[in-house]
Design a protein around this ligand. Sequence first.
Ligand SMILES: [Ca+2]
Ligand SMILES: [Ca+2]
Ligand SMILES: [Ca+2]
Length: 301
Amino acid sequence: MMKKTLVMAGCTLTACTGMAFGQAHVALGHLPAGGHVDYDFMLLTGEIYIGMTTPLGSLGTNFATPDTRLSMHQAGGSAIIDNDDAGVDGRGGGAVGPVRGSAIRYGAGGTDNYTARVRGFGAGDTGSFAITSAKITPGMGYDFNDIEGNDTPADAQLISLGVMQAKVGFGSLTNDDIDYFAVNMLAGDVLSVMTAPMSSLASQNFLIVDTRLDIRDGAGNIIITNDDAGSDGWGATSGLPVRGSVLRYEATADGVVYFAVRGFGSNDVGDYAVLVSLIPAPGAGVVLLAGLGVAARRRRA
Ligand SMILES: [Ca+2]
Ligand SMILES: [Ca+2]
Ligand SMILES: [Ca+2]
């Protein structure tokens, strides 16, 4: 079967496991018909992997091709968790569908080698996708932190994202809180975002804080929103209740796009991680080759 080491941002996912914790990655891949693409890495006991796929084969319309599945395996074993369709997708001013990308959150029950596997829903599902992922060591550093006062679009924290770059941030929700973040996008750019609840890790789950995740306009109007999405597991445990959120969004004009994290209810308080990546429009010089992403840099506002 397909066994690949993907090149991304100057390192392979395997090689990157020796780099700073909290580091996020985004890579382009090509799903072969009937095959799969594996991403191998090491996790220490208690470390967390979060990842999501963004199908890129029908860009300009939706994120429906290829229909991916994403699964987590320990030491080459069978799938512990396996997700098919996760989250809400948007383009321009509203939602698009059907949703066919996938997402997982996983806590390592033991120090071992793990594999995140992308495969098609069916043998005929083939095409280009992005995978955005992060290995998180609780208590270690993040690429950015939620800084309060970020409760409106005007006070959003600008997250600097280069092309083919991912970052993972850490935030806390208090009563009636919302955390606004802003990203500069060009028409055709794709934003992939997911949250992982971080306040119930001691119970080996991702239940607290129950997040909602929105893409919003500059007036604070919701363009798309998601409550619960993906599949969660810990150790050998699969099928944990899911409270984290997943969104994919294609900009149709140049400008600032806002994503916001809030609680399911006003009393849902606690910590979360938020993973975000930016993929440039195909016309910007990105070449989608089998298993290899080559990104050309464009000027950003
Ligand atoms: Ca799917
Ligand atoms: Ca806030
Ligand atoms: Ca939720």
